[in-house]
Design a protein around this ligand. Structure first.
Ligand SMILES: [Zn+2]
Length: 153
């Protein structure tokens, strides 16, 4: 009567015993240690990296870099060959006056060269002392054109 209430026959008990024994054998055979579990979890949580996507990203970065360098080269060439003058020979520079040193800057609308007088620039702080590192930038070789335009206007 008691066995009927529990619902287990001797055959069931034998099955449970056999299962427990085989489980214990399997566990000890595969040696599921905390290190193994940690490695499994790390492997499962590692994000999937698509090698095709990585290769495409690398190709696109290289192309962007090449395009940027080519654009810089073309811009430098245009600025070198630009007369900074309109077809009628007039000075084409546009002037900027809103600088604290009171000196004008010039921008050529044809090649976008930026012509500055001698001025201060601050480099990144010294990595050791953190001190500011100001230095003077010499006048642009074409600054005489800014002076010419300033006189004309
Ligand atoms: Zn120009």
């Amino acid at each position: 009567m008691a066995q009927e209430q529990e619902g287990l026959t001797s055959k069931d008990l034998a099955l449970v015993k056999a299962f427990a024994q085989s489980f214990a054998e399997t566990s000890s055979k595969d040696k599921i240690t905390p290190d193994v579990i940690k490695a499994i979890i790390e492997a499962a949580n590692k994000p999937y990296v698509d090698p095709d996507a990585v290769a495409r990203d690398r190709r696109e970065r290289e192309k962007s870099r090449r395009d940027f360098q080519e654009a810089q080269r073309v811009t430098a060439l245009q600025q070198k060959n630009c007369p900074h003058k309109h077809k009628d020979g007039q000075n084409a520079l546009n002037l900027q006056h809103n600088f604290p040193d009171g000196q004008a800057r010039g921008i050529c609308p044809l090649c976008f060269i930026y012509i500055q007088p001698a001025h201060w620039e601050f480099m990144a702080p010294d990595p050791v002392t953190g001190a500011e590192r100001p230095h003077t930038v010499p006048e642009h070789p074409l600054y005489f054109m800014v002076r010419e335009k300033e006189v004309m206007s």
